[in-house]
Design a protein around this ligand. Structure first.
Ligand code: NZQ
Ligand code: ZN
Length: 389
């Protein structure tokens, strides 16, 4: 088991009605608020009105930054930074899914960025930055942005989608009832994202980080149990609550504590797909993950032990032949994604071979995947993309 540091400063108010803590959560930082949100789902579900009532009753000054896109663009970051600077904003309130929260983190940090080019702030990736305080209200269980410091920002003009660390939310209000309205497609995609955050760290060479491997397996089993329930009964509180709790833990780093880092190969490959084709993050991950698994198992059969553990502990499979068992676990994962309505080929997303070489090169920037569970080079990555067509 390797050394690790646990340091997550975010306070989470989890559960029904926790919006009652919104006023105090903001007021500790000031009364001038940037309200950031996406394309309007928060208005459809009545959350916008609920928030505005609290803010108006509390005498807050509210400046709105709406229209933040899925796969948020650097232009939205720039817009938010300008609004904060022009209006002496004291605290950012992000309401939405990972895209809105990520963009808000970049806005909060961008306010203090001294350069002229905010894209440079994203690409320089210096770690945590001085930032305005951020409070969020989560409406989609997926990314874990509510409990980490990362944000992923897209520059469509250069076909780049890059993650950077900006700031942790000071407070996250996680009320599962706000996710009742999430579409089946986004619910399934979000669940695939949660599972991927776990699998990216689980498939590591470290064998003895028992607590954290156990947490990882528990999260996977919980998503496997609750996603079909949430799809069949969108307002099933227990299913939505479990998905939301899993969302926050999965990307927090905790399930990887004590383990050799892996470079997160499927995320590296998926961010390229989103950068070139603007696809839903979780869908890209669901398509890539089983293909990546089959590829690395073939490339380095000695890693079979991890897949056997995955098949037994996550999918409750049994069998004498290790390689058959490993393959059965991967098949179970792929079938799970398919039966929950996720398109499982790139062709279904109208993605062809045209950018495979460029995407493969970018995904391995700085040799990022050369220390993966099974190291990958550019040719390996191109083959994995081809297996997804
Ligand atoms: O924009 P609105 O109208 O709000 O609609 C959104 C959007 O169309 C909708 N939605 C959100 N909550 C809803 C809802 N619709 C109905 N009811 C609700 N309650 O869902 C759509 C997708 O929203 P988005 O925020 O894009 O989804 P998600 O939470 O999956 O975020 C994806 C982004 O996060 C990044 C991804 O790369 C992607 O850009 N990630 C961020 C991470 C992080 N910060 O740690 C890690 C992840 O690996 C990921 O890369
Ligand atoms: Zn992800």
């Amino acid at each position: 088991m390797l050394n690790y540091v646990h340091s997550i400063p975010t306070k989470i108010y989890f559960g029904k009605g926790q919006i009652s803590h919104l006023d105090e959560s903001l007021r500790q930082f000031g009364t001038r608020v940037l309200l950031a949100y996406g394309g309007g789902s928060i208005k459809k579900i009545g959350l916008y009105d609920e928030i505005m009532k609290i803010l108006n009753d509390g005498g807050f000054t509210v400046v709105e930054c709406s229209g933040i896109e899925p796969n948020p663009r650097i232009e939205s970051v720039a817009k938010g930074v300008t609004l904060c600077r022009e209006n002496d904003i004291e605290v950012v309130l992000a309401v939405g899914g990972g895209s809105t929260i990520d963009c808000s983190k970049a806005i909060a940090a961008g306010v203090y960025y001294e350069g002229d080019d905010l894209w440079e702030m994203v690409t320089t990736r210096v770690g945590l930055r001085k930032a305005l305080p951020l409070v969020d209200i989560l409406t989609l269980s997926a990314t874990g942005s509510e409990y980490d410091s990362g944000g992923v920002i897209t520059n469509m003009s250069t076909n780049e989608k890059l993650g950077a660390t900006f700031t942790f939310p000071a407070v996250s209000i996680c009320d599962p009832t706000y996710t009742f309205s999430v579409s089946k497609y986004q619910t399934a995609a979000g669940s695939a994202d949660i599972m991927s955050h776990i699998m990216e760290g689980y498939f590591s060479v470290t064998e003895d980080s028992e607590l954290y491997d156990g947490i990882a397996e528990t999260v996977l089993k919980s998503v496997i149990r609750n996603l079909p329930i949430a799809l069949a009964e969108p307002d099933n509180y227990s299913a939505r609550a479990n998905l939301m709790a899993n969302s926050s833990i999965a990307c927090s780093g905790i399930p990887e504590y004590g383990k050799q880092s892996t470079g997160w190969p499927c995320h590296a490959m998926e961010h390229e797909l989103s950068a070139y084709y603007d696809i839903t993050h979780g869908v890209g991950l669901a398509i890539l993950t089983p293909r990546w698994m089959r590829y690395i198992l073939k490339k380095d059969p000695t890693c079979v032990w991890r897949f056997v553990r995955f098949a037994k502990n996550v999918w409750n499979l049994e069998g004498e032949d290790e390689h058959q068992l490993a393959q059965a676990g991967i098949d179970a994962l792929e079938n799970f994604f398919r039966t929950n309505g996720i398109p499982m080929t790139l062709t279904e997303l109208n993605i062809g071979t045209e950018h495979i070489e460029d995407m493969a090169k970018h995904a391995n920037r700085g040799g990022r995947l050369s220390k993966a569970f099974v190291p990958l080079d550019v040719e390996d990555i191109a083959e994995i993309y081809k297996a997804c067509l």
